[in-house]
Design a protein around this ligand. Structure first.
Ligand code: F6R
Length: 629
């Protein structure tokens, strides 16, 4: 028997990692197209299992492209979708019936009678029979040839939430709280998300001849690692796929980033010990052993798979000091640079002492969630700070908030507009989208929250810009498409400010998210401005606002917050009233945005403390971006 490679020792499911989702779907769509054509040649039907959600959207776009440009016909394809909310009307904007029509079926030549999706609108007492019929129909079609899956943050496949058994079949299930929270924005509030769903079972999925599970973005990275590397458990239904004989996980760099081969490459082979990898492994060792950096000894390295590193770059003490200094130098109370100071080892340059700073926030609130403390310092240190909100954030305002504001206006004699808004809210049907006027009104709510929030950070109203990028105004959550007009608006902003520093977020985020879309627009704008002189003297700092945080070895600038600054930060986030949970948490451990943000910053400071550096109240952190990152 040949010796198994280090990677195979950890990974129990074949996983392919592509540069990005687009590269991955080109490959998968090509394989699907080839399989459909092969079946056509022999005159047979091809049975395709389909998923919904944001993950397969680029795959469906690619299949549509192949249909249009390369003549792929779906006339011999029978499809079975994984799931549907329950109860839900087919016409509901979030129903999977409607989703599939809009994202795929309306654009290809698959006959309607060959489309199968679990029904979300049958009477409750008929659901059991409907599920049985669904299973029978799959068998009658000859079984699923290729099944496409996404994965939820709970580890669900289909809507098989934690607790689903490996042999479960198509049935009615209760949705997990996290799944409902993830869908809350699409449904304009958690309370509108259906509590149940009808889903193929894990056993039904396991019967498919070939399974592709797709995952993009770092929010899926941990659940992907657990599904691929840990023992299969009911708590993580995707892990049951380990027993499937023909399954592939198709990942982008971000969703594959937690796999041992990427996260701890020294455990699976002989890596190139770059300074960054050395920093990563040494900080990891220190935290794992609970020993400050400067107390690590050769034996600690040798016993933890790092003999090679310590032989090459040791002895331990020298290596410890080097990494200690590198981490130490990331800390600065001067995010805009310290005037008149030697900046050789500082994250930011001293000159010019007063910088033009541009903070880009995809939606109102991203900015303060990640960097209210840093923002306050930049303002206090006299820099020329501009905050620009790329999108209006209007889709994130629940109707209740709009009604509250319109009622208030009416009572204060606000007249026409308030009356119009209230009428629109009254007339709005269950399946209706907000009209342009209502969206506009909601965007004013967010503008005012943003102004109140930034006031806490000391920023004057005149320093705030609202770009209302068209991709957001014309789209809906998870289905945004960016274009030239977005790029032009961001380019104009950059040109008018000509910043020395830009703060931006969205790199490696879920590609369908507002953050990721905003980042891609920014990236495009920067690349088109490459020849501008000011750009050669501009540092771009990345922050994170999506609930994740940079890892300690990645951080290039850490800005400590005093206890008072932490209070200011919480107050700044608190001003985003429409983003507070609409359902108060009683007897639940759910926490609000400001609590989560502060907890994350405290966790970062605790990591510095555990490594043996100074102990701060909280730390906000950033990574410097260069085009290649
Ligand atoms: C959808 C489905 C779900 C999703 C999962 C990920 O039919 O069954 O398992 O695949 O919730 O959703 P997205 O892709 O929106 O992150």
């Amino acid at each position: 028997m040949s010796e198994r490679s280090g990677q195979e020792l950890y990974e129990r499911i074949p996983a392919k990692i592509y540069d990005d989702a687009q590269a991955a779907v080109v490959q998968v769509a090509g394989e699907i197209a080839a399989a459909i054509r092969e079946r056509q040649a022999s005159g047979g039907k091809f049975v395709l299992g389909l998923a919904t959600g944001s993950t397969p959207v680029p795959l469906y776009r690619e299949l549509i492209r192949i249909h249009r440009e390369e003549g792929l016909s779906f006339a011999n394809v029978i499809s079975f979708n994984l799931d549907e909310y329950f109860p839900i009307d087919d016409r509901h904007p979030e129903s999977y019936h409607r989703f599939m029509r809009e994202q795929l079926f309306d654009h290809i030549d698959m006959p309607d009678e060959q489309i199968n999706i679990p029904k979300g609108d049958v009477p409750r007492e008929e659901v059991f029979d409907a599920c049985k019929e669904y299973e029978d129909a799959i068998v009658a079609a000859g079984g699923i040839d290729i099944q496409i899956l996404g994965i939820g943050r709970t580890g669900h496949i289909g809507f098989n939430e934690p607790g689903s058994g490996p042999k479960s079949r198509t049935r009615l299930v209760t949705l997990d709280r996290l799944t409902r929270l993830d869908a809350a924005r699409d449904f304009h509030g958690e309370h509108n998300v259906p509590r149940y769903a009808v889903t193929m079972g894990v056993g039904t999925i396991m019967d498919a001849k070939k399974v592709y599970l797709l995952a993009w973005g770092r929010s899926k990275a941990e659940v992907i690692r657990a599904a691929v590397e840990d023992d299969p458990v009911e708590n993580l239904p995707a892990s049951f796929l380990q027993a499937h004989e023909n399954v592939s996980f198709i990942l982008d760099t971000a969703s594959g980033s937690e796999l041992t081969r990427n996260k701890y490459p020294w455990l699976v082979g002989f890596p190139d010990w770059t300074p960054e990898l050395a920093r990563e492994s040494v900080t990891h060792l220190s935290l794992k052993l609970g020993k400050p950096l400067l107390k690590l000894v050769d034996k600690d390295y040798q016993e933890n798979g790092l003999s090679e590193l310590v032989t090459e770059q040791g002895p331990a003490y020298g290596l410890n000091i080097r990494v200690f200094n590198e981490v130490q130098h990331t800390i600065t109370g001067w995010p805009g640079g310290k005037p008149d100071a030697d900046d050789t080892y500082r994250p930011e340059r001293a000159v010019p002492a007063q910088k033009r700073v541009l903070v880009l926030s995809p939606e109102p609130q991203d900015d303060v969630l990640a960097m209210a403390g840093t923002l306050s310092r930049l303002v206090a240190h006299g820099h020329d700070v501009t905050v620009a909100y790329l999108t209006s954030g209007s889709l994130g305002v629940p109707d209740e908030e709009a009604r509250w504001a319109a009622d208030l206006m009416l009572e204060a004699g606000g007249g026409e507009i308030a009356i119009d808004v209230l009428r629109e809210l009254d007339e709005k049907g269950d399946f209706d989208e907000d009209t342009a006027d209502l969206r506009q009104f909601k965007s004013y709510i967010r503008r005012n929250e943003a102004r109140a929030s930034l006031e806490r950070c000391g920023l004057e109203k005149e320093r705030i810009r609202f770009l209302d990028l068209p991709f957001y105004e014309e789209g809906r959550y998870r289905r945004f498409v960016t274009g030239e007009r977005d790029v032009v608006a961001v380019k104009e902003l950059l040109q008018s400010v000509q910043p020395h520093q830009v703060y931006v977020t969205g790199e490696a985020a879920d590609p369908s998210s507002v953050q990721a879309k905003s980042f891609s627009v920014f990236e495009q704008a920067i690349s088109e401005l490459a020849d501008e002189a000011w750009l050669s003297d501009c540092y771009v700092w990345l922050y994170r606002s999506d609930g994740s945080e940079w890892e300690i070895h990645q951080i290039e600038m850490s800005v400590p917050c005093s206890p008072d600054e932490v209070k200011t930060k919480a107050q700044a986030i608190y001003q985003h009233r429409s983003q507070r949970s609409q359902v108060p948490a009683i007897n639940e451990t759910q926490s609000e945005a400001w609590e989560q943000a502060v907890a994350r910053n405290r966790e970062t400071s605790s990591l510095y403390d555990r490594l043996g550096l100074a102990e701060y109240e909280a730390i906000e952190c950033f990574v410097r971006w260069t085009v290649s990152k």
